[in-house]
Design a protein around this ligand. Structure first.
Ligand SMILES: [Zn+2]
Length: 102
């Protein structure tokens, strides 16, 4: 697994942890936060996880984007445009590298 994929998985895990805390606060009645945004956050994390899994081998020769000839060179950790775009929401977080921008 490369650094970019590790970074993405770690950010999704952080989001999930924050969402779990928000859900616990909501269930305990200690916050007025809207439940809809918490549940949408969980669905967005599932979407990102599924897309990352689907494109995990792109750029290594056996991903769906390899078959289409739409991958980055092997030395580029992003693999494909889909993976690069998945990192965009996290571009302000520590550890994100400027060269990962799509
Ligand atoms: Zn791909």
């Amino acid at each position: 697994m490369n650094r970019f994929a590790e970074f993405l998985r770690r950010q999704i895990d952080i989001d999930l942890e924050l969402l779990r805390w928000a859900r616990e606060d909501m269930e305990a009645g200690t916050t007025a936060r809207c439940g809809g945004s918490v549940f949408r956050g969980f669905r967005e994390c599932e979407l990102k996880t599924r897309l990352l899994r689907l494109h995990q081998h792109c750029g290594a020769g056996n991903g769906p984007c390899d078959e289409l000839g739409q991958t980055y060179p092997p030395e580029d950790e992003r693999g494909c445009t889909t993976r690069a775009l998945l990192g965009l929401p996290y571009s302000d977080r520590p550890g994100y590298r400027a060269r990962w921008r799509p």
